[in-house]
Ligand binder design. Sequence first.
Ligand code: NCD
Ligand code: ZN
Length: 345
Amino acid sequence: MTNRLTIPRPDDWHVHLRDGAVMAGVLAHTARQFARAIVMPNLSPPISTVAAAEAYRARIVAAVPPGAEFTPLMVCYLTDGIDPDELQRGKEAGVFTAAKLYPAHATTGSAHGVTDVRNIYPALERMQAVGLPLLVHGEVTDPAVDIFDREAVFIDRVMIDLIKDFPALKVVFEHITTAEAADFVLAAGANVAATITPQHLQINRNAMFDGGIRPHAYCLPVAKREAHRLRLRAVATSGGAKFFLGTDSAPHAVSAKEAACGCAGLFNAPFALETYLEVFDEEGALDRFEAFASRNGPAFYGLPVNTELVTLERAQTAVPHVIDANGTLIVPYRAGEVLGWRLSA
Ligand code: NCD
Ligand code: ZN
């Protein structure tokens, strides 16, 4: 039995770090686990200019705990009126690593998102030309479409045309939750990849209704049926280059989650690697964790693999019931449970 795994330090290809005091609190957890992270731009107001991204990056860098090494990779939030020149400037200045498509009102912080993907075709044209990847929150917002079907319908209504119209654009289908999305990505070219969260590998939609309503199991896209979870586990642990780690860690204060209208998002950053590794262990795929966590993401983005190594060992790790993120109390994913792996200090 393998009890220790040493791999190049992984990166998180999808994280919400927020801003201000809470950012410093949650950043410490991400910086303990990861060397780099793709930082989501859904602040209020969103990060839609080079100047805003540079300023946000500087705030993050200033909040990295002493002794930690962490590089935030910034993302431009696409709006209907986004200027293609701004995207190109941000890419050439080394500020934008990617740009994010949030369909308007699909999720937290998406009010300024895109109302029709055709509105950003000039931006996508430019991104394709300059090699700036597109990150997609793949859910339709049509109220007539069942919330559990919104990802699959998005493939039919948006994704199929999008990859046909921009055949050389790098596209990451973010936090996929369905077998349809996994199969869509597999069938597409090497320019199309996906991130997968720990929770979508571990919980199905029953988790939201387990003996009562469970706000801490609610994120977007929502967890789906068991068959989807199993398909995601198969592709994540396959070692295939198209799937890589992206936690979608999305911290919200306890009070914002445990409410009549609780926010979507799970805070999984503190024990992300330990959690993912449980899945690979259960699937008999420990030898493929390095591809998913450390190699596939950099390869897709054209970045070097981190040279520093980290070691994970089989050991009991207790997840606290609540974490104080610099003054904001947040319930972490798997709160109160014991995980089977530990990231060595
Ligand atoms: C994210 C958030 O809170 O910012 N929430 C979530 O459930 N994942 C937004 C998002 O990525 O959809
Ligand atoms: Zn997200």
